[in-house]
Write a protein of this length. Structure first.
Length: 371
């Protein structure tokens, strides 16, 4: 079956996400605003779910159309071949969003879409009612500027949930964002990566997984694996392929420091769950005591700041200390994420490169120093 897919991602990461999917051998990849669309078959679906470091979910994109009335919404949803995906006893809840459209009531749109799917399936299966007791097919809709996208969520839990972060500290960075910081810092198999404010260790774990080519979704399951329409072997085959590509010969190593002992315990636990604890060492240390090594070194960090853990004045003091410690030196690079527009001024020098990205709903910049 030829399918069209949509991978929503954090704003600013569309290009990275698209390049990753192309590298996986996926066809017709197009980066759009807040998502990447592509096409393929059931194996493509499994590959994208298991391997994507930057996508938030993988949706099957069933239809896109304009709708200005509930009648237009109902009729267009009813035309979709729902019976190709949803079995007689399988469940299909509906949720979604409406933005800048004539149809702006989410509850009303949910009811209309649900009614249209029930009508179609009742006719196809010749049943007066549908039990909805088996595997869940989460229907997602987005109505923006009167354009409707109808999707099936195949992932279940978001793809940022790799399975290794059983615990986290007070303000953890999302795994997909941490992975993007690692990619933009050009971490490779032979790198030495340091996070002097590592918290629960997410950045370092993502760096290790990237360097060792460990697929982020290798040790978790996805909602669509329970669907009757998905061939049994596709996920098994793609997992086997992903395992065969792990780089055990990589020389990657990392160090993580934090002032909070509890955070470091969590970080060590998470690294063990991710299977990379032999590549990362953790120690309790204040950023004021940070020392550069003699090796080539990639520093990547998500310092606490006003909107998260510290008041603005304390955050700015931290930026000054980093500016003093992260000196310009051959073989050293630094990537720091911050929402503070005055970061460069407080840090003490302009970044060689900046990249806009969002940490949750917080608009940030990744400040990169490598020259």
């Amino acid at each position: 079956m030829n399918l069209k897919f949509s991978a929503p991602c954090i704003f600013g990461l569309e290009g990275i996400c698209a390049n990753e999917l192309r590298f996986l051998g996926i066809d017709n990849v197009v980066a759009e605003n807040g998502r990447v669309v592509f096409s393929g078959d059931w194996s493509t679906l499994a590959r994208a779910n298991i391997n994507s470091r930057y996508a938030e979910r993988i949706h099957i994109l069933l239809a896109e159309f304009e709708a200005h009335t509930f009648e237009q919404l109902f009729e267009n949803v009813r035309k979709i071949n729902w019976e190709d995906f949803i079995g007689i006893t399988e469940a299909f809840p509906v949720k979604g969003r409406c933005l800048s459209s004539q149809l702006m009531s989410v509850p009303d749109c949910q009811k209309i879409i649900k009614k249209a799917v029930v009508t179609r399936l009742s006719e196809k299966y010749m049943l007066p009612w549908l039990e909805e007791t088996d595997a869940v097919h989460q229907i997602q809709f987005l109505i923006m500027n009167d354009k409707v996208s109808i999707m099936l969520d195949t992932s279940g839990a978001g793809l940022h949930k790799r399975g290794y972060r059983a615990e986290s500290n007070e303000a953890p960075i999302k795994e997909t964002l941490a992975a993007a910081m690692v990619e933009l810092s050009r971490v490779r198999a032979n790198h030495f990566v340091v996070d002097p404010m590592c918290g629960s260790g997410t950045i370092l774990i993502e760096a290790a997984m990237k360097a060792l080519n460990i697929a982020p979704g290798l040790n978790r399951y996805f909602a669509c694996e329970r669907w009757r329409c998905v061939p049994v072997k596709v996920f098994e085959s793609e997992r086997e392929l992903a395992r065969s590509k792990i780089r055990t010969d990589a020389e990657f190593k990392a160090e993580g420091f934090d002032i909070d002992a509890n955070s470091l315990e969590i970080a060590e636990h998470n690294a063990r769950l991710a299977g990379v604890s032999d590549r990362i060492t953790f120690a309790q240390r204040d950023i004021k005591d940070f020392i550069l090594s003699d090796d080539f070194q990639t520093v990547i960090t998500n310092p606490p700041y006003g909107e998260r853990l510290l008041d603005v004045k304390s955050a700015e003091e931290l930026y000054k200390v980093m500016g003093e410690k992260f000196i310009r030196q051959r073989g050293k690079s630094y990537s720091i994420i911050s929402p503070d527009d005055d970061f460069e001024k407080i840090f003490g020098r302009k970044a060689d490169k900046r990249r806009k990205m969002y940490n949750g709903t917080l608009k940030c910049q990744l400040y990169m120093y490598f020259k």
